[in-house]
Design a protein around this ligand. Structure first.
Ligand SMILES: Nc1ncnc2c1ncn2[C@@H]1O[C@H](COP(=O)(O)OP(=O)(O)OP(=O)(O)O)[C@@H](O)[C@H]1O
Ligand SMILES: [Mg+2]
Length: 227
């Protein structure tokens, strides 16, 4: 069975597709057989990005596909090491279903209370529905100042949840990279890449720690570098 890592959230535009694409690019580079499953059939952000990436020959190709239902995703996982699930803007009953099948569930969020409050609410709901807390992790995205990171991290930790190390700042360079089919660790600005890598390495560690005992990642651990 492949590893399933999902990106969910209560709000739109917080960075789900951004992190899903970056993780898929890293996994593809690490020679994992990865599928980026795009459940946002209206926008198909990840599918369109993968198409641009392939057309421009930028980086390791990422296989992305749009699905209407999560059942369809699960019906098409044979032969893959890793399934990355990119979900639509708002949490729904399907979010719980996806979380139940995921080894790690990432909740990207902005730093305002407007973003953090629904994020914590969703974490709490998922936990109440039986998703082990260790599988849930927050990713701080689209921050305008470094000090926002500290306050947002404190908010998440005070609520009893985990936030990945690092944060993704709001920068036009990340948007430009997306426009070209590149990920946030593949921009033309090394400072931006480094910043994104810190968070992605933390995410990779989180996944690895949840997979202790899983053959899939252990045999390829040496290829897991995001450098
Ligand atoms: N750190 C950032 N700096 C600048 N632009 C960003 C950053 N993160 C994301 N974006 C841009 O913001 C937009 C929304 O990001 P993204 O698609 O990752 O959010 P999302 O949570 O998947 O949104 P949706 O809920 O609509 O699916 C995209 O155009 C993306 O390129
Ligand atoms: Mg999206």
């Amino acid at each position: 069975m492949p590893v399933v890592v999902s990106f969910v959230g209560q709000k739109g535009g917080v960075g789900k597709s951004t992190l899903a694409r970056a993780f898929a690019a890293i996994a593809a580079r690490g020679k994992l057989k990865v599928k980026l499953a795009d459940l946002d059939v209206n926008q198909q952000t990840s599918v369109r990005w993968a198409r641009t990436r392939s057309a421009r020959g930028n980086g390791y190709p990422v296989e992305a596909e749009a699905y209407t239902t999560f059942e369809d995703v699960l019906a098409n996982i044979k032969g893959f090491d890793l399934i990355i699930v990119d979900t639509p803007g708002h949490a729904s009953p399907v979010t719980l279903e996806i979380a139940r099948s995921s080894q790690v569930v990432i909740l990207p969020t902005g730093a305002s209370t407007d973003d953090l409050y629904p994020t914590v609410l969703l974490l709490y709901e998922l936990e109440q529905m039986g998703i082990p807390k260790e599988r849930l992790v927050v990713a701080l995205c689209r921050l305008l100042e470094q000090r926002e990171e500290h306050a947002a991290r404190k908010y998440i930790e005070t609520a009893g949840y985990e936030a990945l190390v690092g944060s993704i700042p709001e920068r036009s360079g990340y948007r430009s990279a997306h426009n070209l089919g590149q990920s946030i660790t593949e921009t033309s600005d090394q400072t931006l890449n480094r910043r994104a890598r810190t968070l992605m390495e933390s995410l990779l560690e989180k996944v690895m720690s949840q997979l202790q005992g899983s053959n899939t990642f252990q045999k390829r651990e040496g290829n897991g570098s995001v450098a």
